[in-house]
Ligand binder design. Structure first.
Ligand code: ZN
Length: 373
């Protein structure tokens, strides 16, 4: 009797698993709020997963690993198949050690060793990363490389300051924004090294450029737009103005831009202007209201993922201006409490839905409605 009971239960579990596997037809994406860091999880209909970055380290490692694990559980994953570290800054690899204690990671992708040794990254790369990759696979990627993810095409578009040299499908147009593009001083930090990704699922397209900075954006997008347009831009560098030139933002002409910013990181007026007047743009979604935006340069509250722990009764209209150099700035508003992700569900025909899990506001962007630029 007991044995038959277990057979029946096991049978039910198997059919539930099969049903859920069959039921999933979308590429699902969790944009996890890690307070101005990055952690973006992609899961294919077959359940294969790619996680880009793992949030902040130090005192924030447990918090951010916990937030990423919540998304992983929501996705029903038992392992991460592919983990990309865009670059060796603490807001991107910080919680990776903690996360790897909580879930197996099968393959690691990065641009190579750091060019900007800092105590945390040096220690991580000397001691922790070799131990993690010894149990898995480590791939140092170059532009043009593909990630072996079934059912979609994942192309590396930048890595180690290099960018793709041939056109992706849909790319190859002259980029009209290049004419006015001016290079800035060379960025010798890890940001410029970022691993950038182009992601396609059927007719749906997205770019996640990591934290690549201004000049690399120019290399990637000029004089030819090798990428074409995208449905979603996972905005580079937390929406900071040292990145997000119009050659990339307007060149890619996303229907939707999603910014993983902090309470006082990213969202400066200059960056918001470029993001918000992008041709063909339908909406910008922001993980946080940023004091650097003020209400003047932010999006409607429905499109904002997270509040502060102590929400003021009124938010400032003007963008916050840093005090003069040498003066102590007041601390940024804290958000260590419950966090909410944006969930993006993309269909093969290019239709996709973005949901703000804080307020359950959800919007569907239908295929075929793409504006031209
Ligand atoms: Zn960053």
């Amino acid at each position: 009797m007991r044995a038959r009971f277990f057979v029946v239960i096991a049978g039910l579990l198997v059919s539930a698993t099969l049903l859920s596997a069959q039921a999933r037809k979308t590429l699902d994406i969790w944009v996890v709020d890690v307070e101005g860091g990055n952690a973006t999880l992609f899961v294919t209909p077959q359940g294969e997963s790619v996680l880009i970055d793992a949030g902040n380290g130090g005192a924030a490692a447990a918090r951010d690993a916990g937030r990423i694990m919540e998304a992983i559980k929501d996705a029903g994953l038992t392992q991460i198949d592919h983990h990309i570290t865009t670059h060796w800054h603490g807001d991107h690899f910080g919680a990776l050690e903690e996360l790897a204690k909580q879930i197996p990671i099968r393959a690691y992708y990065d641009h190579g060793d750091t060019v900007q040794p800092q105590p945390a990254s040096t220690e991580f790369l000397a001691k922790v990363y070799p131990a993690l990759t010894a149990k898995a696979k480590r791939v140092i990627v170059k532009p043009g490389d593909k990630l072996p993810v079934k059912g979609m095409e994942w192309t590396i578009i930048s890595s180690g300051t290099q960018t793709i040299q041939s056109n992706l499908r849909g790319g190859g147009q002259r980029n009209p924004y290049c004419a006015a593009f001016k290079k800035q001083d060379v960025d010798t930090t890890e940001n410029a090294q970022s691993v950038g990704s182009h992601i396609t699922f059927g007719r749906w397209r997205a770019v996640h450029p990591g934290d690549i900075t201004w000049n690399i954006e120019g290399d990637l997008m000029c004089p030819m737009n090798r990428i074409g347009s995208v449905d979603v831009l996972f905005v580079g560098h937390h929406g900071q103005m040292v990145s997000n030139s119009d050659v990339i933002v307007h060149g890619l002409s996303p229907r939707v831009s999603i910014i993983n910013n902090g309470t006082r990181k990213g969202g400066q007026p200059e960056a918001m202007r470029i993001l918000l007047n992008s041709p063909g743009l339908e909406d910008v979604w922001q993980s946080h209201f940023s004091l650097l935006s003020g209400t003047e340069y932010t999006v409607p509250g429905m499109f904002v993922g997270n509040h502060f722990d102590e929400e003021p009764s009124a938010l400032p209209k003007d963008a916050w201006v840093a005090p003069p150099q040498g003066t102590q700035a007041p601390p940024a508003p804290v958000h260590n409490g419950k966090s909410y992700w944006f969930k993006v569900s993309a269909q093969q025909d290019g239709t996709f839905t973005v949901t703000n899990t804080r307020n359950n506001f959800s919007k569907t962007y239908r295929s075929g409605a793409v504006a031209t630029n």
